[in-house]
Design a protein. Sequence first.
Length: 61
Amino acid sequence: MRNPCKTCAEPICMGICKDKVRYREYLNRIRWQIIELNRRGERGQERIDPILRYEAENQNN
């Protein structure tokens, strides 16, 4: 975690900056998860749609 005292511009510490740093790190993790999911799709590793699987099974019957 980053040093919350350096990210805050308040002259008197009220403890809010620590929550802000945690929240920004949380958002950053979510952002990277979305980026990774998009990269998987570009490489052809996305999940197979269950409807397509169902249609393929019915064509064999």
